[in-house]
Design a protein around this ligand. Structure first.
Ligand code: GLN
Length: 314
């Protein structure tokens, strides 16, 4: 890994910025410049590499679902979390209602909107201030705040999430504090991060929940394992399967244009590219990650080919 590789990856990704659109269902997000692209890598040894718009602030959006899930697992444990959602890829869009209207079914997983909203109710007793300082710690970025414009914009266009939340309540999956839960969910989506903050979070997850620089454990090992597994199978919504084939790294996207990727035991990667495909994933960001994963053989299953015996020379 070095700066030259990141520059090449960005050059490879740039033409794809023209192949998508910035999100507009949250009006404030449509102000982003779809041509921007940035990347930051943090290794567990503490090295950092970056290129392009790696310092641009943008809203974390659905990448907050990774933090919400790990905090809920930390504070409430595995059974309480997976009483509210399953652990299955949905194969449907991020704000899908699919199957949760059936009586016995619950949201597919914690990384789509329905599952995440159900999970955020578990975080209500912790409160926004606690969550904000946890996010700053996990992302190693004390400048993270709520982007009020984006929050207000989403809050006044949240009919879809509101209907998901009331549906969950009607099924007994939420206790009743629907508006407070929705507000906290939306506030956590509106936190402003950079590719660098995401790479710090990735570094922490890559290192099993221990901050390499301080030796402090911020997340339990089993919490990290569950979170990374959910990211691998469900982190890119209905694009998760193809992304797993092409990139092969636990990852999570957000409609603000960010992607968080983790190379377990090695590094965290944060990418910013607000031009999105129809599934809500950064078009160029995915290409940048594909380039890096291929070039450096980072796909988690490439580990087997790296270690396999070569054909005998005779
Ligand atoms: N805040 C957005 C929403 O709830 C997050 C969606 C996303 O990033 N995919 O719709």
């Amino acid at each position: 890994m070095d700066d030259v590789l990141l520059r090449q990856a960005l050059e490879f990704g740039k033409p794809y910025t023209g192949k998508g659109e910035v999100a507009s269902y949250i009006p404030e997000l449509s102000k982003a410049d779809g041509r921007e692209l940035g990347i930051c890598v943090r290794t567990i040894e503490g090295e950092e590499f970056h290129c392009g718009y790696w310092q641009r602030r943008f809203t974390i959006q659905s990448i907050s679902k990774v933090i919400n899930l790990s905090m809920a697992l930390e504070h409430h444990g595995f059974d309480a979390v997976f009483h509210k959602t399953k652990m299955e890829p949905s194969g449907a869009s991020f704000n899908s209602m699919s199957r949760i209207s059936d009586n016995e079914d619950i949201p597919f997983n914690p990384l789509i909107n329905s599952g995440a909203i159900a999970i955020v109710e578990l975080l209500l007793p912790l409160g926004l201030d606690y969550m904000l300082s946890a996010v700053r710690d996990l992302c190693g970025d004390k400048y993270i705040t709520i982007d009020e414009e984006v929050f207000q914009s989403e809050w006044s266009h949240s009919a879809r999430n509101r209907s998901l939340a009331y549906l969950l309540q009607s099924k007994g999956l939420m206790d009743g504090n629907v508006e407070d839960t929705l507000r906290l969910y939306t506030q956590l989506c509106s936190l402003s991060v950079t590719a660098e903050s995401l790479s710090n979070l990735g570094q922490l997850l890559a290192n099993g929940g221990v901050q390499p620089e301080t030796g402090r454990r911020l997340l339990k090992e089993e919490v990290v394992r569950t979170t990374l597994t959910m990211m691998l199978t469900c982190g890119m919504y209905d694009g998760s399967g193809e992304f797993a084939v092409r990139v092969g790294l636990p990852s999570k996207s957000g409609v603000g244009g960010g992607i968080l990727s983790v190379v377990p035991g090695e590094m965290g990667i944060g990418v910013y590219g607000p031009s999105l495909d129809r599934k809500g994933n950064s078009v160029a960001g995915q290409k940048v990650l594909e380039y890096i994963s291929r070039t450096e053989k980072l796909h988690i299953l490439d580990r087997y080919s790296r270690n396999s015996l070569s054909a005998p020379q005779n």
